[in-house]
Design a protein around this ligand. Structure first.
Ligand code: FAD
Length: 470
């Protein structure tokens, strides 16, 4: 029987996988392949937490394939060179892939399609709608979310997801595979991944479990999604990023005729993901360059001490420290808290948003080139349809509103967990006897705030006015 290659990338699943289905429909044997491309530029490579995820997701995919009499072949090197080699070794007649949307990946795939000696066939699956299919009436791409959202809805529901796993016929001889452990994707000295391991279950089965768990809370999503002290969101982001579940499967699971608030609010978030990719297609440098050009001259401060305090969760503002520690420990942070910590870095500390974006890139298990860059620019006020720069989150009132009893802070900042709710978001206001009773020594067991909220806010507004006036 002839062979075809199924080249996986961020589509590490077997269900609702158009490339796999089409490869299977050829009736040929399928060689599932993953190429770890170590020739791409540094800035496009996965960060530490993503590599941890990738390692486990690949091993899960291999396990799922083996259950079906197949296996995953691993190769490291340039995507084109390795493909040429394996095509030659296996006499494969075609390569099937899922379309990739980061502009540098699209360029690479176009080049491969031109140079490879066999057809290089691309299929949809990572997004609900193709970026080129969603256009304004005048045919230009959208830069504002709400009309983009409406235009997506007007395109109608995506096709039903195909949740059966197609036949994956094994070749008569397997090509040589590298060993996953030799790629050293996992951290070793020190191994910081303990908290991540206990928080996540990478792979398609883990993604389906998450989807299942979310069913019981989705109808409260519109109310609970802003509450970091509740399990109110799906936590599907790393699974979606690595393509362990298709956005189409998520969409169809929760789309509802009745228009129930929680379900609709969830679908809207899936469209934010689409919007980020829509923006990345228009602004390939979105991770480096502000979309609003006046921000190019923003006089960001370089302050390693403040940056380190933010990264380590030692700013003295409990909601910020809780978020940054949740991120470090589990590789994930609640969306509301992502917005608060990002605003604090950019506006209270006046440290350039790219620094925060880079830290998230390295520490998030869902670090995503489109969502991360678009969200950081959104908070900084320099992106498309962004929150204005002058909207500066107050960490105390945000904490009191979205973590009213302080349970989220108590979980991640145990050294102040005994404080009454009244002081949990501003421990410096607690009377000395309460601090003594709860064993808190400000400046020792827990830091004083690294900047004064009012002064920092004013400094940010003054700086904004300066760039406006220039
Ligand atoms: P849910 O609330 O259950 O939402 C469902 C899905 O919708 C998510 O899994 C995600 O794919 C998508 N989604 C939700 N909110 C957004 C949003 N605001 N923008 C785009 N897509 C969204 N998300 C990432 O996937 N990767 C990132 O690198 C990333 N970086 C961010 C950086 C900052 C500064 C901020 C403010 C947000 C960032 N987000 C990022 C968006 C959002 O915080 C996460 O997608 C969300 O917290 C993931 O949790 P969840 O799966 O429980 O989301």
């Amino acid at each position: 029987m002839a062979n075809v290659i199924l080249l996986f990338h961020r589509d590490l699943r077997l269900r609702d996988h158009a490339a796999l289905k089409n490869a299977s429909d050829t009736g040929h044997s399928i060689i599932p392949l993953y190429i770890h491309d170590n020739t791409i530029p540094e800035e496009n490579r996965e960060g530490g937490a993503s590599l941890w995820w990738l390692n486990h997701s690949l091993s899960e995919l291999d396990r799922a394939l083996r259950q079906r009499g197949s296996r995953l072949i691993l190769r490291k090197g340039s995507r084109l060179t390795e493909l040429e080699r394996i095509v030659a070794e296996t006499h494969a007649e075609a390569v099937f892939i899922s379309r990739r949307y980061a502009p540098w990946e699209e360029r690479q795939d176009q080049e491969i399609a031109q140079r490879l000696s066999v057809p290089y066939r691309r299929f949809r699956g990572y997004l609900l709608f193709e970026p080129e299919d969603v256009k304004t009436k005048s045919g230009t791409p959208f830069r504002v979310f709400t009309p983009f959202f409406k235009a997506c809805l007007a395109l109608g529901s995506p096709f039903p997801a195909d949740n059966t796993v197609p036949e994956i016929a094994a070749p008569s001889t397997w090509p040589v595979s590298e060993e996953l452990r030799d790629w050293c994707l996992l951290p070793s000295k020190p191994d910081w991944s303990g908290g991540i391991s206990s928080s996540w279950n990478p792979g398609e089965a883990g993604a389906l479990e998450r989807l299942d768990a979310f069913r019981s809370v989705v109808d409260r999503y519109d109310e609970d999604r802003d509450r970091p002290d509740r399990e109110g969101t799906s936590r599907l982001s790393p699974h979606l990023h690595f393509g362990e579940i298709s956005p189409r499967a998520c969409w169809l699971e929760f789309s509802s005729e009745s228009g129930l608030g929680g379900r609709n609010a969830f679908l809207r978030e899936l469209i934010w993901r689409e919007f980020s990719y829509h923006l990345l297609a228009q602004f390939p440098d979105m991770a480096q360059i502000p979309l609003q050009k006046k921000f190019l001259k923003f006089p960001w401060r370089v302050d390693h001490q403040n940056l380190t305090a933010w990264q380590r969760g030692r700013t003295g503002y409990p909601i910020i420290d809780a978020g940054m520690r949740q991120l470090w420990k589990t590789g994930w942070m609640h969306n509301r808290v992502r917005m608060i910590v990002a605003s604090f870095l950019i506006k209270h500390l006046l440290i350039g948003w790219q620094n925060g974006q880079n830290w998230f890139w390295d520490t998030l298990v869902d670090a995503d080139p489109a969502n991360n860059a678009a969200s950081w620019q959104w908070v900084a006020g320099c992106g498309a349809d962004a929150a204005p720069f002058f909207r500066i989150f107050n960490p105390m009132t945000q904490g009191a509103k979205f973590d009213p009893n302080g349970n989220y802070v108590r979980e991640w900042v145990p050294e102040i967990s005994q404080l009454p709710a009244k002081f949990i978001h501003e421990p410096w206001l607690a009377p000395p006897e309460i601090l003594a009773r709860t064993n808190i020594r400000l400046g020792d067991s827990y830091p004083w705030p690294i900047v004064d909220h009012k002064l920092a806010r004013q400094r940010a507004l003054d700086t904004l006015n300066r760039i406006k006036g220039e």
